[in-house]
Ligand binder design. Structure first.
Ligand code: NAP
Length: 317
């Protein structure tokens, strides 16, 4: 059984992979090239791909004899894999849910606080040596405690954000999801996304990426938001129409945005970079040593189950 891991892993995950499997761990931190994807599907039995490794229907169709039987994705989001095309080609897909939830929710809170309290702007001021000292009307931001948060996609991460907002910051929680949720904190399910957008101070995007949610946050949603409201996106860049977001920010349609992900990442539009009222993070959601190791262990757990002929712990279908 030959395993390919498409990016460097944390030391403990790499050590376990080498101990348990006949593994090749790619050294590049960039996504697989088309040639590398072909090789992955023809020369390996299992591949651990991740964000950026686009396994579209065309990629599977271009390989006449696929050897690979499992794509054990490193990450909970798998919108870079056409799961139906994979299954049709006899390739199972798994992911790494759970391990990422708290870390990603923490980054959502980081973005809420940084954007509302103008922390990025303040940091830049201090570093530029331009701070002239405290005064009663210096850099006034938006109060967070007690405000209303709207969660778009009340899944694992959405609920972890809502819990933090409710228990930590005394916020009212409203949400949209495809199904009614039974939650351990008070939360109101809004009728639709635009009415949710209209009633909240912070609109936080936590849905999976993919064709169904592409540009879910569009001009009508941004227009429905209050001019004092802030948009947060920790989900996937393409869920937000970035051009519409820039227009809303430049036109004072909304007060700010906190972004961990971008529509064409790692490209971040210069117009976005030029705005002071946005917080821009480089997709840090799960970026801690512990979490990246947990994700690696979950991915390898799926590989181990596959090799042993057992059911995958985290199948995606
Ligand atoms: P999850 O548990 O599957 O939750 C997703 C939620 O979105 C579910 O509640 C689902 O509703 C809802 N949803 C799906 N499509 C929707 C739509 N069209 N309209 C409204 N709600 C919709 O997933 P998760 O673990 O919370 O992860 C969510 C996403 O976060 C991942 O897919 C990934 O892309 C992203 N993520 C980002 C980072 C980062 O580094 N920034 C880290 C981890 C994850 P139902 O429950 O009714 O089906």
């Amino acid at each position: 059984m030959k395993l390919l891991i498409t990016r460097p892993m944390t030391a403990e995950v790499a050590a376990r992979a080498r101990r348990e499997f006949d593994v090749e761990i790619r050294e590049s931190t960039l996504p697989l090239s088309p040639e590398e994807k072909q090789r992955a599907l023809t020369e390996f039995d299992v591949v651990v791909p991740t964000l950026g490794d686009l396994f579209s229907a065309e990629v599977f169709a271009a390989v006449p004899k696929i050897r690979c039987r499992l794509l054990a994705n490193f990450g909970v989001g798998y919108n870079h894999i056409d799961v139906q095309a994979a299954l049709a080609a006899g390739v199972q897909v798994s992911n790494t849910p759970g391990a990422v939830t708290d870390a990603t929710a923490d980054v959502a809170m980081t973005l809420i606080l940084m954007t509302a309290r103008r922390a990025g702007e303040g940091e830049r001021l201090v570093r530029a040596g331009a701070w002239e000292g405290w005064h009663p009307t210096q850099m006034l931001g938006t109060h967070v405690t007690g405000k209303t948060v709207g969660i778009v996609g009340m899944g694992r991460i959405g609920q972890a954000i809502a819990r933090r907002c409710h228990f930590g910051f005394g916020m009212d929680v409203a949400y949209v999801a495809r199904s009614e949720k039974s939650l351990a904190f008070p939360a109101v399910r809004a009728g639709d996304l635009e009415s949710l957008a209209a009633q909240v101070d912070f609109l936080v995007v936590a849905v999976p990426g993919g064709p169904e949610t592409q540009h879910l946050i569009n001009t009508p949603v941004l227009t429905a938001m209050q001019p004092s409201a802030i948009l947060i996106n920790i989900a996937r860049g393409e869920v937000v129409d970035e051009a519409a977001l820039i227009a809303a920010l430049e036109g004072d349609g909304i007060a700010g945005a906190g972004l961990d992900v971008y529509e064409f990442e790692p490209r971040v539009p210069a117009r976005l970079v030029g705005l002071e009222n946005v917080t821009l993070l480089p997709h840090l959601g799960t970026a801690t040593e512990e979490v990246r190791s947990s994700m690696g262990h979950i991915a390898l757990g799926n590989v181990a189950a596959f090799v042993a002929g057992q059911n995958l712990p985290n199948p995606v279908n």
